[in-house]
Design a protein around this ligand. Structure first.
Ligand code: ATP
Length: 202
């Protein structure tokens, strides 16, 4: 029997937005992933320099955004685990529970280039492949990938996703000025942001 192929979509999701949704859609289609697990970061140690919205709100928005996709699931693994969020620990847990399955970490290029700063990047590459969307830059050639983390080029699949040229930072900025968020986040997420008055200035 062929191994089950899981996509792992990790992020701060502050808030989840259309760029994240397109990224997961493309990865699932292009790699034939059986499902996509959305893992909201609990304590995103790589973003320690700004105030992060409480995890319960970020998770609730992910749940709203993905509820119409039957093969997508939200995970609380990183919220439930105390201490800093390390992707490698999450992958260890997933392998322990689903031994023999394949896991593909779905990331944007900024995350790929940050990989050397992640916890145990070499171990991470033993536990997962990577599906990567170009995000305002260019596809890195194999030798540049391998200079980030040895062996990385053999683990990366570049996605042919058209760029989605915004980030959660811009969504927060729009929300703080009360501007409409249509086209940036799903309608249900926009309604949640308004109802809970997230990202309001002052
Ligand atoms: P922020 O602006 O707050 O830094 P972000 O929009 O980059 O946030 P994250 O939650 O940090 O969102 O990202 C989770 C993952 O989604 C990362 O791998 C990131 O590269 C990817 N990603 C985010 N926005 C896009 C986008 N517009 N296109 C492709 N990938 C994206």
């Amino acid at each position: 029997m062929a191994a089950v192929k899981h996509g792992v979509m990790g992020g701060t999701f502050d808030p989840v937005h259309i760029g994240h949704m397109k990224l997961a859609e493309h990865a699932q289609q292009e790699l034939g992933l059986d499902d996509v697990l959305w893992i909201t970061a609990g304590d995103p140690w790589r973003k320690g320099d700004r105030n992060i919205t409480p995890a319960r709100h970020r998770l609730a928005m992910v749940q709203l955004a993905i509820e119409v996709y039957p093969s997508w699931r939200a995970s609380t693994a990183e919220i439930d685990r105390p201490g800093p969020t390390y992707t490698v620990d999450t992958l260890r847990e997933l392998h322990a529970r689903q031994d023999g399955d394949n896991f593909t970490l779905i990331v944007g290029q900024d995350a790929l280039e940050d990989l050397p700063n992640w916890h145990e990047p070499t171990r991470l590459l033993e536990l997962a492949d990577l599906a990567v969307a170009v995000r305002g830059g260019r596809r890195l050639p194999p030798e540049e990938l391998d200079s980030l983390v040895p062996g990385l080029s053999g683990r990366v699949t570049w996605l042919s996703m058209p760029p989605v040229p915004f980030s959660a930072t811009q969504v927060r900025s729009l929300a703080s000025s009360g501007a409409p968020l249509s086209g940036f986040v799903p309608k249900s997420v926009e309604a949640y942001i308004r109802e809970h008055q997230l990202y309001r200035a002052g």
